[in-house]
Design a protein around this ligand. Structure first.
Ligand code: NAI
Length: 217
């Protein structure tokens, strides 16, 4: 992990994709792969792949390529997936439920240990075996269980207050789906702001560009 901190954020962003592709290769019993083959599958150049993986000490062998299982395991370790981070989720509405039910936290280095909401009608519901608890109990819960990460699935108007409360309670990382951008320049926390709508608008731009270019020909 200490090595991973020294590499560029762009490389770190690509690692989950390598991990996913290699996992898919393992499922179909591919045991080794060259950087050229991997590059064709992933739409990156072979030299990009070699450069990325060299940041972590290589893993490849000249004339052999990469051992898929070894590379998959090593990237998993670099991403910290062999360790477990305790997480809580705030906001048991539509998105919160979908994430709690469908995100395989345990395969990605996390363990969901608590779900909180402010709506009394939801308190006591069970989601993925976890009882939804009142947000009034967050501080006590954090004191007793020391979760490290919070997943925010609450309206943006609630995010500032809740995140400040969580930081005071020892939360270090936010997977933030609310449309309030937590700033990632706060040295006390790590933030991943997620906006599916950004991805959709990027698609809009690309489709328009593609259609316009094709109409010119
Ligand atoms: P929802 O209304 O179904 O659920 C929101 C839940 O948050 C409710 O159960 C509500 O009681 C709870 N809540 C509100 N204030 C709270 C507080 N202070 N403490 C604890 N719980 C609180 O809404 P939905 O569809 O689940 O969306 C949640 C948020 O995620 C919205 O802000 C929405 O805009 C955003 N969103 C973001 C996406 C993304 O890509 N980042 C995609 C979809 C939704």
């Amino acid at each position: 992990m200490s090595d991973a901190k020294q590499v560029s954020p762009a490389v770190v962003r690509r690692l989950p994709r390598y991990y996913r592709f290699l996992g898919e290769l393992l499922k179909v019993n591919v045991t080794r792969i060259s950087s050229r083959e991997l590059s064709e599958k992933m739409g990156l150049t072979a030299s990009q792949i070699r450069q990325d993986l060299n940041c972590f000490g290589g893993f490849g062998q000249q004339g052999y390529g990469y051992n898929v299982e070894q590379l998959h395991d090593e990237i998993g370790k670099i991403l910290g997936l062999d360790k477990c981070i305790d997480a809580i989720l705030i906001g048991a509405g539509n998105l919160g439920r979908a994430i709690a039910n469908h995100m395989s936290f345990d395969q990605r280095g996390f363990r969901l240990i608590g779900i909180f909401d402010q709506n009394p009608a939801l308190i006591g519901d069970k989601i993925k075996g976890i009882t939804v608890t009142s947000t009034d109990n967050i501080e006590t819960f954090c004191k007793n269980h020391s979760p490290v990460v919070a997943v925010l699935c609450i309206p943006k108007t609630a995010t500032k207050v809740i995140s400040e409360k969580l930081i005071k309670s020892g939360i270090k990382g936010f997977w933030n789906f609310s449309h309030y951008d937590l700033l990632d320049n706060n040295p006390d926390i790590i933030v991943e702001n997620v906006h599916m709508s950004d991805s959709l608008m990027t698609l809009s731009y690309k489709v328009h560009e593609f259609v316009d270019n094709n109409n010119k020909h």
